[in-house]
Ligand binder design. Sequence first.
Ligand SMILES: [Cu+2]
Length: 317
Amino acid sequence: MPATLLAPLTIPSIWRPAGAEAAVLTELAWVLTVGAAVITGLMAVLIVLAIRRPRGRRMRLRWWVWGGGIAFPVVVLTALLLYSTQRTDTLVARAAQPDLVVSVVGRLWWWEMRYRDPASGLDVVWANELRVPVGRRVHLGLVSEDVVHSFWVPELGGKMDLVPGRVNRLVVTPTRAGVYRGQCAEFCGEQHARMALHVVAMPPAEFDAWLAGRVRTLAAPPSGAAVTAGRRAFEAQGCAVCHGAADGHPGPALGPPLSGVAQRQALGAGVLPNGPGAVKRWLVGVQGLKPGARMPSYAHLDAETLDALAQYVEQLP
Ligand SMILES: [Cu+2]
């Protein structure tokens, strides 16, 4: 069956954890769900027994009220409190020594990811996609530049809000390579529903190579790049005002950095799967695909300019 038909079946789920922290939460979810089901079943049986009890037989009411109504809930709820506090405490303890720190910035309506290269001090800026190494403890510093957003990747861990003016942290330790979908989980305006992200959990060596490659691109911008029709159009149409210079360098962060955009999973924070022709479809139809997005549609451009523009953007290193 084509993968696109199966896609709706692979919705993010807390029941298939792909991270150490998520595994703790899944365990909690199982204990709570099974426990609640057992108690509900027990209650149902007791109700049936009470209704079908032979007429005239007296019940030992006092025992049921004290035992079932007070002692039982106190014991069960205390046990749950101790258990869940102890388990979630392990999540906080895990935050102590991260192997990697990434800043995640929430914006209307996309995500910016920043990796600091320890050697050069350069910031590698990426968008709508969090690349992380499997088996390493990743410390996410979550901030917002506008309104409150919330970061949630069910396969990797719990939710955490992104609040303007403060840094919240969330630790994720991916245990399985793969691509996991996340979603803004706090209503943040018109396109809140289309503010998704992908987490790409990669083997550590692959991740290191990717980051080193990004640093190299940053450190040595392709200065001698040919001035093509696409590059001219990029400058003439004012794309650089929001997306940074035409050499692919990240600039003012009004829009996502376009450097390396063709290597990412999707455009527009999950709206449009990436692939041949995706950039052009985005340019022509932004306001149809994502009404209210903070980028105008460029449907008025002639076909030749559009092709040149799209080609130029797609090859940005
Ligand atoms: Cu949001």
